[in-house]
Design a protein around this ligand. Sequence first.
Ligand code: UT7
Length: 333
Amino acid sequence: MQVPGMSAAVVAGLGTCLPSTKVDNASLPDDLDTSDEWIRTRTGISARRRTAPDVSVNDLACAAAANAMSSAGTGTVGALILATTTPERPCPPAAPEIAYRMGQGRIPAFDVSAVCSGFLYAAAAAGGLITAGIVDSVLVVAAETYSRIVDPLDRSTAVLFGDGAGAVLLRRGSPAEQGALLAFDLGSDGSGAELIRVPGTREQPTGERWFSMAGRKVYLQAVEQMTNSALRVMKDCAWSPETLDLLVPHQANARIVEAVAKRLGLPPERAVCALAEVGNTAAASIPLALAEAMAAHELEPGDRTVLTAFGGGLTWASAALVWPRLTAVHSEI
Ligand code: UT7
């Protein structure tokens, strides 16, 4: 937990961007051998967004980042970190190009690769840059185009994932302010590296490189790790599930959200479930869920909030904050 008197990274703006094309369960390819009923009852997902062929993950990231800056009421930022599993190319990282396109000059900019935990890993790195006095503000952007790495004919993944982006603007402030990031918990377990993967050039020199996931094993790990990680940040803040207002978990599956809430002893309405219309948007899922929860008045200024994520690596991460007063900005592309 932050020591009073020290500086903290404070959430000052929230922006999101979704592709305008919506694919509902009934519109998935007929030869996928699935059904609307299976998808809704096993995952809670009714639709997902798909990026148009001429839109890149960087376009989504730029739009969400610009929206976060507009939400924060600022035109400049000290650094930019992009969390993505779906970069257009492996090298160079996309963050410098995004910073350049946004007219931010020669600021520090780099990518973070932590799959669905990427947004919170990037937020923790940004918090470190701010509290170490290296920069005064950081744009933390998460953008994903899973439609480009998921095999459209693999029912075990194609029904789950959607494209989208979200961003927060963090600025230096005081731990006593609403919006201050009060505690982080980060972890990994590389023994599970094979459970979520995209084969590399050595494994499949000429073949297609589709995303794969051992769904059931990942499910069990996701429940376990998000529950324990959320408890650790609550402990750091001297909070408990009884005094927590809202849990905002990674949006992989409504059943996972319910299971984590149940394990924590939270009533279902205190765990945000915002995946029905967008599916699993990987790193982008937490900022998108925050915006959705604000729009639904589930998340209000002053709420004691814990964000928790789990993803490939395996990786997990949580953060705690008291939600600030801000207006989220959204756009479609
Ligand atoms: O974002 C990163 C972290 N990701 C996650 O946390 C995702 C974690 N995993 C999950 O959400 C769930 O495990 C899935 C949604 C992926 C799968 O749900 P499940 O209840 O765990 O199903 P299952 O994998 O145990 O499969 C049950 C059955 C199987 O058929 P059999 O072997 O029982 O005949 C599957 O082949 O459901 C079948 N199945 C499907 N049937 C219709 C799998 N996918 C589908 C589908 N439509 N789309």
